[in-house]
Write a protein that binds this ligand. Structure first.
Ligand SMILES: [Zn+2]
Length: 59
């Protein structure tokens, strides 16, 4: 299996929705955007980058 975030080969990858987080600033509200597309990430990427877990298999 290959991680779609960093490209590393790993025995275990996790289905996730990538998430873009915009931190709140003095003139803007914080924002979170979650992509519909499911990517497969290794454990390291899951610990380093914002994401939302996706259910394995199915639609
Ligand atoms: Zn990775």
């Amino acid at each position: 299996m290959t991680c779609e975030s960093c490209g590393a080969d790993d025995d275990t990858v996790y289905p996730v929705h990538r998430m873009y987080v915009t931190p709140a600033d003095w003139d803007t509200e914080g924002r979170e955007v979650v992509l519909d597309e499911v990517e497969r990430w290794c454990y390291a990427c899951c610990t380093h980058y914002p994401h939302r877990p996706a259910s394995a298999g199915g639609s």
